[in-house]
Ligand binder design. Structure first.
Ligand code: NAP
Length: 281
């Protein structure tokens, strides 16, 4: 039977640590501030943005949610980012994705000052991560590394298999596992004999976006299984990319969905905002 990695509990611990540092900064006259821009009416995005605001309040940070209309032009959004780049009370800027189709996502991410890019999505910050010199790490992968570290799971020397190669999860988590001296294999939709590769994994990270895709026969006995997937079933319930019922009995550690990787993402955003405020102070 696997030990469950409790993302809610670990996230709460980290938020307490952040809150203590925020209190210290406030006593010294600086309130870390995060601006979140949302363009349009995407209901899921609205929930994510609201939760980011709540997260800031919980740790004592200032947050500003900037709502822009669906028909906002790229020039208008870039001008808003320029304004926030110049403000001293805003240390982190996040533009909620996806953006309406008239706006070029890459251009928007590139416009955020790298020192305020708390999502760590811009090319300079990705480059720093590759070099091992980053101030900010992308939030979901950074959260996964915290889950491993705080569960006492050693990465060095382990066979790490990542399924998924997106810029926000698969590629960066592969890089972070490598930086911790894991032996990393990255799989994707063109990978042949996927189950043969995944059965080699001591640590298996699954970030595909397909409900219950990884089944018990794809997992080695004793593997650590990290399920990044967040999929909505027809009945509205949230489910991961891992078939928990067949995988859990074989795993040594497993993250549940919900309550595993999910709670860590906003927490790492708060951590990045704190880091940004310290650097800019
Ligand atoms: P994405 O951009 O859609 O990427 C999915 C990746 O999975 C791609 O690299 C794709 O390969 C690969 N893939 C798809 N089908 C496959 C198959 N049959 N076999 C092997 N690989 C396959 O997704 P994402 O943004 O990384 O997100 C992945 C999941 O994580 C989603 O459920 C998302 O909701 C969730 N997520 C959760 C959090 C969180 O906070 N917990 C944060 C971000 C994402 P190709 O590159 O070859 O197409």
């Amino acid at each position: 039977m696997a030990q469950i990695i409790d993302g809610k509990k670990i996230s709460a611990q980290i938020r307490e640590e952040i809150a203590a540092e925020v209190a210290q900064m406030k006593a010294e006259g600086t309130v870390p501030g995060l601006a979140v821009i949302i363009v349009g009416e995407n209901p899921a995005s609205k929930v994510y943005v609201r939760n980011k605001g709540k997260g800031c309040a919980e740790v004592g940070m200032y947050s500003e949610i900037i709502e822009m209309a669906e028909e906002t032009t790229q020039a208008e959004l870039l001008s808003k980012i320029d304004e926030l780049n110049a403000r001293c009370d805003i240390h982190g800027i996040l533009v909620q994705l996806p953006l309406p189709k008239q706006i070029d996502e890459r251009a928007v991410i590139a416009a955020i000052s790298p020192s305020k890019d708390v999502d760590a999505f811009c090319a300079p910050n990705i480059g720093e991560m590759m070099l091992g010199t980053a101030d900010f790490l992308p939030c979901t992968p950074a959260g996964i590394m915290q889950l491993l570290a705080r569960s006492g799971i050693e990465v060095a020397g382990k066979e790490c298999v990542v399924i998924g190669r997106s810029n926000i999860v698969g590629k960066p988590i592969s890089q972070l596992l490598l930086a911790e001296n894991g032996t990393v294999t990255i799989c994707h939709s063109k990978t042949k004999n996927l189950a043969e590769v995944t059965r080699r994994a001591d640590i298996l990270v699954v970030a595909i976006g397909r409900a219950d895709f990884v089944t018990g026969d794809m997992v080695k006995e004793g593997a650590v299984v990290i399920d990044v997937g967040m999929n909505r079933r027809a009945d509205g319930k949230l489910t991961g990319d891992v078939d928990y019922a067949s995988v859990e009995p074989k795993a040594s550690f497993i993250t549940p969905v919900p309550g595993g990787v999910g709670p860590m993402t906003i927490t790492m955003l708060l951590k990045n905002t704190l880091t940004a405020a310290k650097k800019q102070k």
